[in-house]
Structure formats: C-alpha cells, structure tokens
Design a protein around this ligand. Structure first.
Ligand code: FDA
Length: 320
C-alpha cells in the first residue's frame, strides 16, 4: 500500500529523533540549537524547572490540574541516571515547598531502566517516597513495547508500597486489554494513551476506528471498576464519545492533554467543569520530544517553521 506523505514524514521524523549523530550535531550547533528551541517552546515550558513551575502555577491559577515532567529517556550512563533522579527529587521538594500538590511524570529509562531494571526501581522508590510525603502523584510513562514488561513489573512492586504511583497504558498495544485486568488490582491511577512509539504490526495497531474502540474499552473497564483514570488524548471524536458516555462526570476521572496541543479543546472542557489537566515538560532534552510532537501531527512542521522565524510567538500558556 502507498504511504501518504504525512505517514512518510512521521516515519522519517521518528527515526531522525532516535539518531544520536543528528541530535549531537544540533546540540552543538550555535545556529540550529536556538532556532529549534524556539519551535520546541510551543510544547516545552523551557530548559529548567523554574520555567516549568512558573507555567504550572499560571495554569493552576486558571483552574487546571498539571503534570510536570523533567524530559529524558533511554539514559545508559548510571551517573546521568542518578543526576536525573536527583533533579526529580529537587523538583518534588520545590513543588512541596510551594504546596503544589499535583503530579510529576517520568520515564523509567530516564532514571535507570536502560542501565538495569533494579536501578530504575530503587530510584523510583526514592522519588515516590518524597512525592508521597508532599501529597504529589507520580505517573510512570509507557515506552517502547520492548520495555513494557519491565515497566509494568516495576510499577506493580512500587504501587504496593506507594499508592501515589500511577502508570500509563497504551491502547495501541494488543496486550493492553490483558494488562489492564491485572493493573486494575493495584491502587495507582491509570493514564490511557493511544501510544506514541512506532511498533510492528504484530504488537500494535495503527491510528484507526479499531484503535479508538480499544481505547474506549480500556477506559470503560476502568470506569466500571471505579478506578482513578486519566483520559489522555486530543482526539475530538473520541472525547465527544467520552463526554456522551458521561465518563468525565466521575470525580476520579480527568482529561489530560499535552501542553501546547489543542488548548482550545481543553479550555472548552474546563468551562464545563470537568477535571482538566495539562502535561508540562521542561529540560534540555526537548529535541526528541519536539520530533515526537511533529511526527504524530505533521502539520506541526509548518507551525515549527513559523515559530522559528516569527519572534513574536505567543506563549502556549496564554491560549488556555
Ligand atoms: P491522535 O494521534 O489520533 O490525534 C487525534 C487528533 O488530535 C489529531 O487529529 C489532532 O487534531 C490532535 N493532535 C494529536 N497530536 C497532536 C499534535 N502533536 N499536535 C497537534 N494536534 C495533535 N505516549 C506513549 O507512548 N507513552 C506515554 O507515556 C505517553 N504519555 C502521554 C501523556 C499525555 C498526557 C498525553 C496527552 C499523551 C501521552 N502520550 C504518550 C502520547 C500519546 O500516545 C499520543 O501519541 C498522543 O496523545 C497523540 O494521540 P491522540 O490520542 O491525541 O490521538
């Protein structure tokens, strides 16, 4: 079957994002780095936690919930994993001192999974303990399917000790329907996403009506079990169905969207008094994050070019 130009762009971007040579070339380029950072700023709050916290506070004051992530993944150097773990501890300390009882999100491969699962688990427990002390929820992101078993195992062990730890599940994986039967027995919040990673047809389905039906089925099971759930999508058709089924009327259900994506839609849902959350990120590793956002919606490439050239870009936070 012929691939559309959008699918081709998405696939190229996903492989460019993973190319370490291109990444380090950009990071070292005095011309490209600031230019691309301007484009990333639509989706990323900034390079340091102060910028993340500032925008978090702005959104909280407008009535949103927030989730904040220090971006990074696939770190194979133990020292860098320890540094990342310490950054998460500092972030939580700072949020705690400001009484920001919200959510912190992380990738386990940022804090040790790519070194070994035990390291990620030990680091996760340290972060979860501190988050628990301050009434902060800690959401684990889901990564490539090759890591799903390890991530779920670590989540289950941590969740038994810290109920403030939650997990993300990808509706595009065929296995997720089975996984959820088990995950429902653990106390942590479950965030349902479609899935951002390129996977083989054996393990995952592509964007389709079938995928939306699987997504709805996962959410339905969580709602029926009265389990805390974050419905994380920007898909308007899917959201209309979710609203129609009155899933968002449950007090422990929220709708969560990535910063900079469909703020109009989220703001409309908030005006109807649903629990609305914005997923914010900060950090120097914004390059992969930017590539993901463009790959999943190639039209963002036009926005990125405009953002790079137009110095008067309105900040995303003002659109909420
Ligand atoms: P879909 O991709 O079908 O897009 C539906 C519509 O939404 C598009 O037609 C467009 O209108 C809009 N849209 C979607 N993406 C857009 C973009 N980048 N820019 C502009 N408009 C866009 N994935 C993962 O594998 N592991 C994880 O842990 C997480 N975590 C996570 C947390 C949160 C809070 C969210 C919202 C998403 C994730 N994701 C994720 C990403 C997720 O898997 C998925 O790739 C994106 O949410 C896009 O999928 P949608 O559900 O929005 O639908």
């Amino acid at each position: 079957m012929m691939k559309t130009p959008e699918v081709q762009v998405a696939q190229v971007l996903k492989s460019v994002a993973r190319n370490e040579h291109i990444k380090s070339y950009i990071q070292q380029s005095n011309e490209l780095y600031p230019l691309l950072l301007k484009a990333a700023k639509r989706f990323v709050t900034g390079e340091n936690k102060q910028e993340g916290i500032e925008i978090a506070n702005e959104l909280i004051s407008k009535g949103y919930f927030i989730s904040l992530e220090y971006i990074g993944e696939n770190i194979t150097d133990l020292k860098k994993c320890i540094k990342a773990k310490d950054e998460f501890l500092n972030l939580i300390e700072e949020m705690g001192s400001m009484s920001i009882k919200q959510t912190v999100s992380l990738d386990l491969s940022h804090i040790g999974l790519s070194v070994n699962p035990e390291t990620a688990y030990i680091h996760l427990l340290q972060i979860a303990k501190k988050a628990n002390m301050y009434g902060i929820t800690l959401m684990i992101s889901m990564e490539e399917s090759s890591k799903t078993n390890d991530i779920l195992d670590i989540y289950k062990k941590a969740s038994e000790q810290y109920p403030n730890v939650g997990i993300t599940i990808q509706a595009h994986l065929y296995r997720s329907n089975n996984d959820i039967q088990e995950l429902i027995r653990y106390p942590g919040k479950i965030r349902v996403v479609k899935g951002a990673y390129q996977e083989s047809a054996e393990v995952a389905m592509s964007r389709s009506k079938e995928l939306n039906n699987c997504y709805l089925k996962l959410v339905e099971q969580l709602i029926e079990a009265n389990h805390p759930v974050s419905i994380a999508t920007h898909d308007e058709t899917l959201i209309q169905e979710i609203v129609h089924r009155q899933y968002l009327n449950h007090p422990n259900v929220e709708i969560e969207m990535l910063y900079g994506i469909r703020p109009d839609l989220l703001s409309n849902l908030k005006s109807k008094e649903y629990n609305c959350k914005v997923y914010l990120t900060y950090g120097k590793e914004w390059y992969l994050y930017l590539c993901h956002r463009i790959a999943e919606y190639p039209e963002n490439l036009y926005r990125a070019v405009t953002d790079m050239i137009n110095p008067s870009l309105p900040e995303s936070s003002r659109s909420y």
